[in-house]
Design a protein around this ligand. Structure first.
Ligand code: NDP
Length: 280
């Protein structure tokens, strides 16, 4: 049986084994997909040992950057993201990809039918997840993409990296401090890990209007502090990142197996699981 893993630390909480098992069942593909805990100082050894027999690995926190240096071949999405969430063994070489960006875009534009061309987008955060979605967001040709981060210099650094791409797509790309945001945005994406830590993030209420959709990359059974804040400030909707999670997995599945799984039923089942775990 072909072997796949999701490697991280911690990793026991990962939903990826459930998602890939559900996808595989759609095509009657028999595979093994397991969580793989790598010691913090031994990612390379752990993953090298796995790839002696394994076919593919999803990579999660905190190894996404290290996964890039481990690979023999780095595809465009991973290079632009500066991180890899998918490793594949192809003709004896390890190939790095990043499917987080396409996962977010599919959730926004296919599942939620949002049109991003000509829109103003605010991206909160400048870590790995934020960096991974900038190129796919710019490819949708938004009028403006603002990056705002607690550590302002990191937002500025990302602006410099993607300046040429923004110009190519006719988008304004700028970096702002969190307390210097002056306008309301059509879409506000939270790519910080503040919600993960159960923390709120200080935001000026006027970034949200009745036209704003708020999207938190984090997901859960209940609305995150960011989603609650957006709705309290008048946003027209607040979405979480469960769809992004399933869509990035679907793209990894496609890279490994050459077929695209149906995702809506898997998102629905996971949503139900989250609610049941919370006892709702
Ligand atoms: P990183 O650790 O790389 O980056 C964390 C970011 O959050 C930094 O920009 C950091 O700012 C900011 N931050 C952390 N705490 C706070 C706070 N209290 N207030 C304001 N800003 C804060 O994490 P990732 O980029 O890998 O992940 C970010 C989020 O995205 C996580 O919640 C993760 O679960 C989610 N994610 C979801 C995916 C999905 O499929 N749904 C896929 C990938 C990620 P600073 O630079 O100042 O430290």
């Amino acid at each position: 049986m072909k072997q796949y893993v999701v490697v991280g630390n911690p990793v026991a909480h990962s939903r990826s084994p459930f998602i890939h098992a559900a996808f595989a069942a759609q095509f009657d593909i028999h595979l093994s997909y397991q969580p793989l805990l790598a010691p913090l100082d031994a990612f390379a050894d752990t993953i090298a040992q796995f790839f002696e027999r394994g076919m593919g690995a999803n990579v999660t926190v905190p190894f996404k950057e290290e996964a890039l240096t481990f690979a023999d071949v780095v595809n465009d999405a991973a290079r632009l993201a500066g991180a890899a969430n998918t490793l594949s063994r192809q003709a004896g070489k390890i190939v790095a990809d990043n499917t987080d960006g396409i996962g977010l875009l599919r959730d926004l534009t296919v599942n939620y039918q949002l049109h991003l061309a000509g829109q103003s987008i605010l991206l909160l955060g400048a870590g790995g997840a934020a960096r991974g979605v900038i190129a796919p967001l710019l490819a949708e040709k938004p009028a403006r993409l603002t990056i705002a981060n607690r550590t302002h210099t990191r937002a500025e650094a990302l602006c410099a990296v993607f300046a040429a791409s923004a110009a190519e797509h006719g988008s304004v790309l700028d970096a702002r401090a969190l307390d210097e945001l002056q306008q309301a945005y059509d879409l506000v994406i939270n790519a910080t890990s503040a919600s993960l830590q159960g923390e709120g993030i200080y935001l000026e209420p006027h970034i949200f209007s009745e036209k704003t959709v708020a999207y938190d990359m984090m997901y859960g059974a209940e609305d995150s502090p960011f989603m609650k804040l957006a709705l309290a400030c008048g946003a027209r909707g607040a979405l979480d990142g469960l769809g992004m999670l399933v869509e990035q997995a679907a793209e990894s599945f496609y890279l490994w197996h050459g077929v695209r799984p149906e995702t809506a039923s898997v998102i629905r089942d996971l949503r139900l699981q989250l609610l049941l775990e919370l006892g709702l």
